[in-house]
Design a binder for this molecule. Structure first.
Ligand code: FAD
Length: 445
């Protein structure tokens, strides 16, 4: 066991709260400082009830830290995606090879509250309304907006996409810090439960209404409602400035949901517009004393549903490195950056690719044909072939490896889909040799 450190964590969001619990359990003295007031004292903020999909790279750290059982109790399992065409046709695509491979929909707020409660149960002090402002890296001291100061041995910047820790680090070392806006943004809306409490849509699926460069998405909540997220180019958002314009837009593109969302036009006008962008920053660490975790290091667009999962995997990686290197924090942080930065870059790039898939391709016949053929391969050769999606979501394969394997898979699918039109026609012996050939070829490259 490493010797106890005075660990200061900036940001009591999902990643900061999880990191605090993990490190406290290892015997460190942990303080969590949070810019906002305590969300537990406020009722749920309208339009900020983001639902997240929890998958294996987030599940494993929760399991390791002993929180998985409690977290699963506040989730709703989803087994596949249901596409809604403009004329109301439905197409269902299962996520995994069977129902054991599923994703878990969870309210960000409920999960954050659960993690903060667990942190406090362990005796961790959460200091609210204390935005970290400046860092004295040499003397290991932070200063808050109101002027007070705190010393640390280790500072973890878990303060989200707009991280002050990152900005202070950049001011100290002058590295890379670039956020590329997507040019599209999102709004959250609510589809309430039916009067009898039932779900208005199939609750076992994530629903998507792909419409080209814009789309609507729905994830189930536990009490019968769905959280809806509408994504569209920024300039469209600006044009939808009154309820009438919003109604015309929804009636044109999403006619099958308007009756299920009685307040959508008002909510759209009142709810905040969420920014979407991808961060590239380096370094993530400062010597043996400071590291960035979660969105502070790798804020990404949400189209693979992996931002939090990736942030939780940061915590998992730190724990594994602590086992390996004990008190050598310089080595721990150096390994952390070496491993997690390419992992974060890869999920950032795959998330951008998925934007195209979710807004457009999921409704495309050729895309669906490829997916069906891919499913034949996955079922026939479970140890030889896994889709990129499954590698990201159902395996612990690092994102950068999944990205590379996905490029090989694309070549395999190109060849097989060119040869066979329908999934039933695929000759499995030939398919197997194509898979083996492409993977062997990639090892030579
Ligand atoms: P945050 O959740 O942003 O928390 C940072 C905390 O730091 C906040 O509490 C903030 O108040 C605090 N803070 C900020 N500045 C300071 C300061 N100066 N001092 C002290 N505290 C400070 N991820 C998934 O894995 N699956 C999904 O399905 C998914 N869907 C998403 C859908 C949308 C629409 C969006 C926008 C994101 C989605 N994400 C998803 C991403 C996920 O929400 C983030 O990756 C995750 O919340 C990051 O957690 P974090 O703790 O790093 O940062």
């Amino acid at each position: 066991m490493e010797s106890s450190q005075n660990i200061l964590i900036a940001g009591a969001g999902l990643v900061g709260s999880l990191a605090a619990i993990a490190l406290k359990r290892r015997g460190h003295h942990v303080t969590l400082v949070e810019a906002r007031s305590d969300m537990r004292a406020q009722s749920s903020a309208a339009g900020r009830s983001i639902n997240l999909v929890l998958t294996i790279k987030g599940i494993e750290p929760l399991k390791r830290i002993g929180l998985l059982e409690d977290v699963l109790k506040i989730t709703t399992p989803v087994y596949g995606r249901m596409m809604h065409s403009q004329n109301g046709e439905l197409t269902y695509q299962p996520y995994g090879k069977d129902d054991s491979e599923r994703n878990y929909s969870v309210s960000r707020r409920d999960l954050n509250i659960l993690l903060m409660n667990k942190a406090e149960e362990l005796g961790i002090e959460i200091v609210f309304e204390s935005p970290l402002d400046q860092i004295d890296f040499q003397n290991k001291k932070v200063q808050f907006s109101k002027g007070e100061q705190l010393e640390y041995d280790i500072l973890l910047g878990c303060d989200g996409a707009g991280s002050k820790t990152r900005k202070a680090l950049q001011a100290e070392v002058n590295g890379i810090d670039q956020t590329v806006p997507l040019g599209s943004s999102y709004k959250e809306l609510l589809m309430p439960a039916k009067d009898n409490g039932d779900y208005p849509l199939d609750e076992k699926a994530l629903h998507i209404w792909p419409r080209g460069n814009h789309f609507l998405m729905a994830l189930p909540n536990q009490e019968g409602s769905f959280t809806m997220t509408v994504y569209m180019p920024d300039e469209w958002m600006e044009k939808l400035s009154d309820e009438q314009a919003v109604k015309s837009y929804f009636e044109e593109y999403y006619p099958d949901v308007v009756d299920l969302m009685p307040d959508y036009a008002q909510e759209f006008c009142e709810n905040p517009q969420g920014f979407l962008g991808s961060l590239d920053t380096l370094p993530w660490i400062y010597q043996d004393s400071v590291a960035l975790l979660g969105d502070a290091a790798h804020a990404i667009c949400p189209f693979f549903g992996q931002g939090m999962n990736c942030g939780f995997s940061d915590v998992q990686f730190l724990l594994t490195s602590l086992d390996q290197y004990q008190d050598d924090w310089e080595q721990i942080f150096s390994e952390y950056q070496k491993h997690q930065k390419p992992h974060g870059d890869a999920i950032r790039d795959m998330s951008l690719e998925n934007f195209k898939e979710m807004s457009d391709s999921v409704g495309d016949e050729e895309f669906l044909r490829r997916k069906k053929i891919e499913r034949v391969l996955e079922n026939a050769f479970p140890t030889l072939y896994r889709s990129r999606y499954a590698q990201v979501v159902y395996t612990l394969t690092p994102y950068d490896q999944a990205f590379k394997n996905g490029q090989i898979n694309a070549k395999i699918l190109d060849r097989i889909c060119h040869k066979y039109q329908n999934p039933e026609e695929v000759d499995l012996n030939i398919a197997k040799s194509i898979i083996e050939e492409e993977y062997v070829k990639s090892q030579r490259e």
